[in-house]
Design a protein around this ligand. Sequence first.
Ligand code: NAP
Length: 317
Amino acid sequence: MTDGSVKKLVIIGSGPAGLTAAIYGCRADLQPTVLMGTKYGGQLMLTSEVENFPGFPDPVMGPDLIERMRSQAERLGAELVQEDVVGVNFKAYPFEVTTDRRTERALAVILATGANPRRLNLPSEARLMGRGVSNCAVCDGFFFKGKKVAVVGGGDTAMEEATFLTKFATSVQVIHRRKELRASAALKKEALANPKISFLWDSQVEEVVGDGKVEGVRLRNVEDGSERVVGVDGLFVAIGYDPNTRIFQGQVELDEKGYVSVWGETQTSVPGVFVAGDVHDFRYRQAITAAADGCKALLDAEKFVKQKLELVSPSRG
Ligand code: NAP
């Protein structure tokens, strides 16, 4: 369909970052093509009620929110393509982005492929996801007012989530597989000093217990192999994230954890390739911050494309 033609902008990814970039891209007359992926929408597609996205006084389901963003982008004229990107070539210019069916060439590209929370990979975790098992304290903590919760993990995310959850929960038990926390000194200190937080060391979650909703966790002590069930109403799995950057390896600079390295707000190591959302942002990771990031990336891409077009035909201004 696009043989021989060069797009002004290709966006890879269709969560709030990619779709916001698409909405702004249409308004900037960049006629963006969004390579959405076959399983489009990102983490919001796995979220139930969203209560913290401005503009929705009543809770909105995560997939409904994505659907609204998708149809807004479509109405404004974005080309939405439900195909998986299998490779990119940012050493060529125009840049090349290849799916299993086509290669798009573009003056600018926005990377918005997101990140996936790591899972314990337990069948009981999957069964009770959204029924007491969560990956996001900021999103779901409110539902655990006056309840007992546990957080799995020993890194910065786990400490932040545990501390945040003490606003709502009566007690927060941190389950960590070692005796030492990986978290940075400040976050560790804050969590260790919080009277509502206690620690279950050398413990691995073997099963999330509950029929229809979380009632507890079965833990195994990794030192002596003993098992016990701890009663909780919620389990927050905070064992890290995996950014979706495999296809960008060797094309843009990635940091030691695999996130896209960023200069300023949205610039990658390749001029003309911009980044937005969780694929570079391991800190905020909210739908609203990803959306804001998509807007910023687009505004930067717009300037870049304008300069390129002016170079080609200066008289048109
Ligand atoms: P992380 O640093 O990779 O820590 C993951 C934690 O989960 C580790 O304690 C790890 O245990 C544990 N874990 C991993 N797989 C597990 C499994 N299958 N079962 C049980 N436990 C498991 O991830 P993160 O905490 O999400 O942080 C990611 C990055 O974002 C880091 O660079 C962090 O500094 C940054 N971050 C910064 C902030 C901030 O500055 N405010 C906030 C959040 C995150 P082990 O320790 O035994 O490996």
